[in-house]
Design a protein around this ligand. Structure first.
Ligand code: DGY
Length: 322
């Protein structure tokens, strides 16, 4: 029997690639840069399965181009806002993602970004490189304490929970907001449910861990920033679209909030001349929250298993259902 035909849209960690190659005929975009859209639309014609990244838009146009053989779209990410899931499911195309394995790696980075932003670490490094470290100065590069602070977690799923668990070690008071509060889980880490407005007003740090949906797009807008403390810091490791970046720029430049640490932006990459990159109180990372060698390899394998199950007509190990 001939093997199913699949497309992999980027160079992915070897354990995932090898697993797919055992079971499928692979057309690999063998590059670290994204496959051009026109090429992708050409390559997907008649394929059985698509292994994609969060940089590819999976919509009706692509599904039409692929045609009726397509059985599965497997993304090497937990987020799937780049995929029109209802459009896939309507056509009987299964969708898979990679939840779970990246939780702790992402939570580590969220806390690292929070600490780096609070304690002005990137700013300090830049200052040294510019030759501005002239002597020890009592107020130079003084930042905000994380220990004992109030941290508001927006989105209390796996990653929000893992962040709370870590911040307990800093003796933080943890508030959380989620449209589906899970107090049993929250009790394990001493997190207290708080309506969003109260959380914004009370928190020294607000950290975002929600999926990007129509409801959460620009959740952090001018009205939200107006509710925050002038000493507060925003951390975003979820999706750039959850934050209205123009409003954030205003908030950061008018002293409405103190600083922001962003692992995700709109667009990605952020152009080098983007106004946010010029602000000393805005730390921007290139969407690396899940980027440990081990975690990226695990994600690659789960995406492979989803793809293979899909092309073989079996239930996906990690299906996206809505
Ligand atoms: C995801 O998986 O959705 C992250 O944003 C990248 O790991």
């Amino acid at each position: 029997m001939s093997k199913p035909n699949v497309v992999i849209t980027r160079r992915v960690p070897r354990p995932g690639l090898e697993r797919v190659q055992e079971a499928c005929n692979v057309h690999l975009w063998d590059s670290d840069e994204p496959i051009p859209r026109a090429t992708l639309l050409e390559w997907v014609k008649g394929i059985d399965g698509l292994y994609c990244l969060l940089t590819e838009r999976i919509d009706d146009e692509l599904l039409d181009a692929a045609g009726p053989n397509l059985k599965v779209v497997s993304t090497i990410s937990v987020g799937y806002d780049h995929i029109d899931v209802p459009a896939c499911l309507r056509r009987g195309v299964a969708v898979g993602n990679t939840p779970g394995v990246l939780t702790d790696t992402t939570a580590d980075l969220a806390v690292a970004l929070l600490l780096a932003t609070a304690r002005r670490i990137p700013e300090s490094i830049d200052a040294i490189r510019r030759g501005e470290w002239t002597t020890w100065k009592p107020e130079w590069m003084a930042g905000q304490d994380v220990y004992g602070s109030t941290v508001g977690i927006v989105g209390f799923g796996r990653i929000g929970y893992a962040v709370a668990k870590r911040l307990r070690g800093f003796d933080c008071r943890i508030l959380y907001f989620d449209p589906f509060p899970n107090q049993k889980l929250a009790d394990e880490v001493g997190a207290i449910y708080s309506p969003l407005d109260d959380l914004l007003a009370a928190s020294d740090f607000v950290t975002l861990h929600t999926a990007l949906t129509p409801e959460t797009r620009h959740l952090m807008n001018a009205a939200a920033f107006a509710k925050m403390k002038p000493t507060a810091i925003l951390i975003n490791t979820s999706r750039g679209g959850v934050v209205d970046q123009d409003a954030l720029y205003q908030a950061l430049t008018t002293g409405q909030i103190l600083a922001a640490g962003l692992d995700v932006t709109v667009p990605e990459p952020l152009p080098v001349d983007h106004p946010l990159l010029k602000l000393p109180n805005c730390v921007v990372l290139p969407h690396i929250a899940s980027a440990s060698v081990a975690t990226r390899a695990k994600m690659a394998v789960i995406a492979a298993e989803n793809l293979i199950a899909g092309v073989e007509g079996r239930p996906l190990p990690c299906p996206v259902t809505a």
